[in-house]
Design a binder for this molecule. Structure first.
Ligand SMILES: N[C@@H](CCC(=O)N[C@@H](CS)C(=O)NCC(=O)O)C(=O)O
Length: 205
């Protein structure tokens, strides 16, 4: 299979981590977002939303949306399990993953879209929106730190897709939005060290 992505961008990174966890071979195809390659007519045929990642399956079909791609990979290669093994776990892991997407990723996204890098690209930014989303991200870090006092991993007592969504979001926030968790958030940093020490995550930072 082929994965279309770009550098360390966070949505393709989720898929790369899952591919590595499951030991799946694939060909990486870089789509230069800064050159606008994701808006070419060829790319739009694969993904009308004009975004990476896109997965091209071995039989030449296309899938987009990082988590949808990860679900496909889990169905093809069930081990190690990342999405849940019974009805309750499936619900629980989905719940936590959705919370990270809707409550944290959305705020990081707002900070990115209204931050200095995007402004330099010539887009209109709203500094007040960034102020609010930055505060929301810092508040969510506090919440995570409190929750991770009780558990090693985010949910289900083991590494799951929710950890993948969280690490890619937090690393993007740190490296691209200057949204660093405070050093005093020891549980969050312990979790960060635990997750980034995995071969699948470490190699793809
Ligand atoms: N919901 C999509 C989001 C994909 C997405 O926003 N990808 C970013 C890179 S991380 C992208 O392609 N950005 C280019 C653009 O929006 O123009 C997913 O989970 O795959």
């Amino acid at each position: 299979m082929k994965l279309y992505g770009y550098g360390t961008t966070p949505n393709p990174r989720k898929v790369k981590i899952v591919l590595a966890e499951k030991g799946i071979d694939y060909e990486m195809i870089e789509v230069d977002l800064y050159k606008g390659e994701h808006r070419s007519s060829e790319f739009i045929k694969m993904n009308p939303s004009g975004k990476v990642p896109v997965l091209e399956t071995d039989d030449g079909k296309y899938l987009t949306e990082s988590i949808a791609i990860c679900r496909y990979l889990e169905a093809l290669h069930p081990e190690p399990n990342l999405f849940g093994t019974d009805a309750y776990e499936l619900g629980l892991i989905e719940m936590r993953n959705r919370q990270i997407e809707t409550e944290l990723w959305s705020q990081i996204g707002t900070s990115w879209k209204n931050g200095p890098v995007v402004e330099k690209m010539g887009h209109r930014v709203v500094p007040e929106a960034k102020e609010i989303s930055d505060a929301n991200v810092y508040a969510y870090y506090e919440r995570l730190n409190a929750e991770l006092a009780e558990t090693e991993y985010l949910v289900a007592g083991r590494f799951t897709i929710a950890d993948v969504t969280l690490i890619t979001g937090v690393d993007f926030a740190i490296h691209n939005c200057a949204l660093n968790p405070a050093e005093s958030l020891e549980n969050l940093w312990r979790w960060h060290k635990l997750i980034t020490s995995r071969d699948s995550v470490d190699a793809l930072a």
